[in-house]
Design a protein around this ligand. Structure first.
Ligand SMILES: NC(=O)c1ccc[n+]([C@@H]2O[C@H](COP(=O)([O-])OP(=O)(O)OC[C@H]3O[C@@H](n4cnc5c(N)ncnc54)[C@H](O)[C@@H]3O)[C@@H](O)[C@H]2O)c1
Length: 318
């Protein structure tokens, strides 16, 4: 149903995807290209963490610019867009340069809001579960922001200015998506900040015991990138502005994850438990999906077992 509605509009669609050379952005760009083959796509990325190799098969345009300084009006004149997917961000949460994180992440977003305001262009942007800080049960969007690092703080500020902009007019739809712990194809370029699923699978493939923090009972809402892409595209149909969680809806432990990986990779490694050096560590993340279900019709399709299996087949074919 959802796909049919949009495919009728294909030829008139113009989308911008920021951060499209990155992990989630490249998966989203390639999915948009497949779902709307006649749409005009423009990726904006400065390659600070992304990689052109993620966009193999991409047929659209690419603007290599730093969004923190980009003059949108000069770049695009009065071209109209049907939607701007804003995923670009510094994504290394261990980058503690407070000026750089807040300046680049927030100012990039402010430029987009300013460009989109006169035409009320729809914006779908990536926020983060990191905005919740420590939690012991499923997070709902109304929970107070408790950023534990400056990356999360920059996302909180983005949510704040998005809410204020959306309040200017009910015709201007701004959808914030709080992604939980995303894993899947095209994340290797991230290096250390790539998902634990990627890193643990590499350790297992190298014949090593997977290294996790003592004693593996910390839980995460691990969500497959295909669900995140689907949920993000559903932002095109949202009838009102809002900020929504996108996750799997299920917190799973690292011990569970090692079991799932062993299963998929045909191995039987015991975890190698190591000390946790992080003072501020999220011991529990889980998305409450009630609002994403009702406002976006979002329904994750990949429980951990299925997502990891699909991913491992992509990562280690044959
Ligand atoms: N991966 C996750 O688990 C996760 C969880 C929560 C939120 N997010 C959010 O999702 C979005 C995508 O993350 P990702 O995991 O794909 O990370 P990524 O690092 O692979 O992608 C980010 C992309 O943005 C680009 N970029 C960064 N700053 C830029 C700037 N100023 N100008 C132009 N390009 C810039 C990078 O080069 C990169 O290609 C980010 O906004 C991130 O904060 C991701």
């Amino acid at each position: 149903m959802f796909l049919q509605i949009h495919s009728q509009l294909d030829s008139s669609q113009n989308f911008i995807i920021t951060g499209g050379a990155g992990f989630i952005g490249s998966n989203l760009t390639l999915a948009l290209q497949e779902k709307f083959p006649d749409a005009r796509l423009i990726v904006i990325d400065d390659f600070r963490s992304g990689d052109f190799k993620n966009l193999a098969g991409y047929r659209g345009d690419f603007v290599a610019q730093n969004l923190a300084n980009l003059d949108w009006r000069r770049q695009f004149g009065d071209q109209k867009f049907d939607g701007i997917f804003h995923l670009a961000s510094i994504t290394d949460t261990t980058n503690h340069d407070q000026f750089e994180q807040v300046h680049d992440n927030v100012e990039s977003f402010r430029h987009i809001l300013n460009f989109a305001r006169p035409t009320k262009t729809r914006i779908i942007y990536a926020s983060s579960a990191a905005t919740y800080g420590p939690a012991t049960e499923a997070s709902v969007e109304s929970n107070g922001a408790a950023p534990a690092n400056v990356y999360a703080f920059s996302k909180v500020v983005m949510d704040n200015i998005a809410r204020r902009a959306a309040a200017e007019s009910s015709d201007w739809i701004i959808v914030g998506l709080r992604y939980f712990n995303v894993y899947g194809p095209r994340e290797a370029h991230k290096g250390m900040p790539a998902s634990m699923i990627y890193h643990l699978s590499r350790q297992i493939k190298a014949g090593q015991r997977p290294r996790i923090f003592k004693h593996g009972e910390q839980k995460r809402d691990f969500v497959y990138v295909k669900d995140i892409v689907e949920g993000s595209i559903r932002g095109l149909d949202a009838r009102a502005s809002g900020i929504y969680n996108l996750g799997s809806g299920q917190a799973r432990s690292f011990n569970d994850l090692v079991g799932v990986l062993n299963n998929c990779l045909g191995t039987n490694f015991e975890p190698d438990y190591i000390d946790n050096p992080h003072a501020h560590y999220q011991n529990f993340t889980e998305a409450d999906l009630s609002n994403a279900r009702s406002a976006l019709g979002y329904e994750p399709r990949f429980p951990l077992e299925d997502g990891v299996r699909d991913y491992m087949q992509w990562l280690y074919p044959g």
